[in-house]
Write a protein of this length. Structure first.
Length: 328
């Protein structure tokens, strides 16, 4: 028996197509939804399955971007997988993974921005997910959920993935303490601090990998083959840590107040200034006033702060070197 056709597909180019759905088809799509598309080629009787993403919606017409090119076909079925993210609910998948303790999915999400999988990124994911769940938070990028991190290592990328707190949404506060520690915060209510206290964990439990890390990363002496070997071992250790209870790796402290953290208020909106030399727009607090004119930091040749692999530093433009580490 032939499956009922639910819509017609209009071909635009190799991967973008419009689908006009029948009025009686029950579907509540959102832009950004991933969909599973079942179709039957015009010249064949076999049903095929492919994935796509909804990139536009107008009435009962949706535009999709396909993962692969498909031939002329009748659309037989169109399904939105449960917890599919969309532009209105971008963290749907991540939130569901936290609720279900499906940390493997979060590891893959973190690796997309971090570039690889390592022990510290997994610990950051676990800590962030644990804090979000214990504080019953749903981060929406409006600074009610905050993270105070004391390191700028791999650990912080894991934290950003699972909590959604980043520099860009003003929910990530960095204090240059040089500790593998982080505090997950529900603004004005409660906070949980996690401090990694298994200082020699890798050295004790994986001595060969530790020695390889020293050679490849610390001393920058590894061969390409040794780099691949370290990445393989690093991933294996990271996945082992997924099953290790946090209380065995961290000192965890919950406080029913956030006053002791001296948190900033929600980010203000500053006025603009324009540099009298280059003409580029600047946030007013960052403008340098000289002779009744405003200049940007580069044009004024003043020192500036830089966050890099060694932490937060003040850079002397005139000498183009570090003057000193800035206190937090």
């Amino acid at each position: 028996m032939k499956q009922k056709e639910i819509g017609k597909i209009e071909y635009q180019n190799t991967t973008n197509h419009k689908i006009t759905l029948k009025e009686d088809f029950e579907l509540n799509p959102e832009i950004g939804n991933e969909i599973l598309l079942s179709y039957q080629e015009t010249e064949k009787k076999t049903n095929e399955l492919t994935k796509a993403m909804i990139i536009d919606i107008k009435d009962n017409e949706i535009t999709i971007k396909l993962d692969e090119k498909i031939p002329k076909a009748e659309i037989l079925d169109l399904k939105i997988p449960e917890n599919s993210a969309s532009i209105h609910h971008p963290r749907q998948k991540i939130n569901k993974s936290i609720e279900e303790k499906n940390l493997h999915k979060l590891v893959l999400e973190a690796a997309k921005i971090h570039g690889h999988i390592c022990p510290m990124i997994v610990l950051g994911i676990k800590v962030g997910a644990d804090g979000i769940k214990k504080l019953n938070l749903r981060h929406e990028g409006m600074e009610d959920t905050l993270v105070l991190t004391e390191t700028n290592s791999c650990f912080s990328d894991g934290i950003q993935t699972s909590t959604g707190c980043t520099f860009g949404n003003n929910a990530l506060i960095y204090r240059d303490y040089g500790k593998t520690a982080v505090t997950i915060i529900k603004r004005n209510e409660k906070a949980i601090r996690y401090h990694y206290n298994q200082y020699n964990y890798i050295e004790k439990n994986y001595p060969d990998t530790y020695n390889l890390f020293e050679k490849v990363v610390k001393n920058r002496e590894g061969t390409p083959e040794e780099q691949k070997q370290l990445q393989k071992k690093w991933t294996e250790i990271a996945l082992d840590l997924l099953d290790t209870p946090l209380k065995e790796m961290f000192k965890i402290k919950t406080t029913n107040s956030t006053k002791h953290l001296n948190l900033p208020k929600k980010a203000p909106i500053f006025k603009d200034r324009y540099c009298s030399d280059c003409g580029e727009k600047i946030m007013a607090p960052k403008a340098i006033k000289e002779n009744k004119e405003h200049k940007c930091i580069p044009c004024s040749n003043k020192n500036y702060l830089q966050l890099d692999g060694s932490g937060l530093k003040e850079i002397n433009q005139k000498n183009n070197n570090t003057t000193k580490n800035k206190p937090p």
